[in-house]
Design a protein around this ligand. Structure first.
Ligand SMILES: Cc1cc2nc3c(=O)[nH]c(=O)nc-3n(C[C@H](O)[C@H](O)[C@H](O)COP(=O)(O)OP(=O)(O)OC[C@H]3O[C@@H](n4cnc5c(N)ncnc54)[C@H](O)[C@@H]3O)c2cc1C
Length: 283
């Protein structure tokens, strides 16, 4: 929690019109002019596996002819773990984006629409057992890993959990950096996940534009072998390594090519494999 976060108990939302599948915003945190996170109430009926996504949104503008409003929905990874009593989302702000030009202005007590039908491939069920788990992300592609990093199963299955997050600027790494600092220092999280499990996390943030401790695209750092040297681990090996990937289409394609070249095969819910991929956005 910091001064960028607005949070207060939700007591009275009676003044607002009731939306279909409405959930109430309980906190909002802004990181940069392009990134924010928020938490909402969780529908009692919603069950999901950490790493899945749902459709969320707001009512669109009234149709100028009919005056009718339609829901404006977009896919969003649930950033909170499956056991959390609320739901967390980590969002981009696209200036002219139909949804996020509005969503970025939500405040505590506002309502959003949430379709309680979770789906996705960034789930443990889609991976074969392994020794080392890589989370490769760019930008808001960190969101599903924010969920999985708070899920005990992530640590039960692996000896090491290597989290790479690449953004243009250092400030864009804040959400992920804070989350990892919080889970490794918060007493409740230490008790839930276990100190020895949290010690399995190897966090590897990189920037592509602003100068930082580690610069460069993760694909370049894999190709050069620098990632493995820095972490003191062997190069990718299908016998031991598993990966989950979440970024732009181009990023996913490049990482998939590197993983396949190392002998890893893509998995799915119906047929677990050595790596799985999800788009962080379309376009
Ligand atoms: C499976 C899946 C999961 C997703 N999870 C998330 C999530 O957890 N958080 C999130 O912010 N978005 C996520 N998205 C993207 C999200 O669905 C919307 O595209 C985003 O909220 C912007 O909506 P919009 O209506 O404002 O603009 P849109 O019309 O949807 O997008 C306009 C343009 O903005 C760019 N853009 C959209 N989303 C992003 C992004 N996240 N990062 C960088 N550029 C982007 C693209 O170039 C896109 O063409 C996900 C998309 C998919 C397919």
């Amino acid at each position: 929690m910091n001064d960028m976060t607005e949070q207060r108990p939700v007591t009275d939302t009676a003044a607002q019109p009731v939306l279909p599948d409405a959930q109430t915003v309980t906190s909002v945190t802004h990181y940069t002019d392009r990134l924010f996170s928020f938490r909402v109430t969780r529908p009692a009926s919603l069950r999901f596996r950490s790493g899945e996504f749902v459709m969320i949104g707001l009512m669109g503008d009234p149709d100028p002819r009919t005056g009718r409003q339609k829901p404006l929905l977009r896919a969003y990874s649930i950033a909170s773990p499956s056991w959390d009593e609320e739901l967390e989302f980590y969002s981009i702000k696209v200036e002219d984006g139909p949804l996020t030009s509005k969503l970025q202005h939500i405040a505590v007590g506002d309502q959003i629409i949430l379709k309680p039908k979770p789906v996705g491939t960034l789930v443990h069920d889609a991976l074969l057992p392994g020794k080392r788990l890589y989370f490769f992300s760019t930008g808001t592609g960190f969101a599903p890993f924010a969920s999985l990093l708070r899920e005990p199963e992530t640590f039960e299955n692996y000896d090491e959990v290597i989290v790479t997050h690449t953004c243009r600027d250092v400030a864009e790494l804040t959400y992920g950096a804070n989350l990892i600092a919080d889970i490794t220092s918060d007493e409740m999280m230490i008790e839930l996940l276990g100190e020895e499990n949290l010690a399995k996390i190897r966090y590897y943030p990189t920037t592509t534009r602003e100068k930082s401790a580690k610069m460069g695209r993760i694909t370049t750092l894999i190709e050069s072998g620098e990632l493995f040297t820095d972490l003191g681990v062997p190069p990718l090996d299908p016998a031991t390594d598993r990966a989950m990937v979440c970024g732009s289409l181009a990023f996913n394609k490049d990482i998939a090519a590197l993983l396949e070249a190392a002998g890893l095969h893509e998995g799915a819910n119906s047929e677990p494999g050595e790596f799985v991929i999800e788009k962080a956005f379309v376009g």
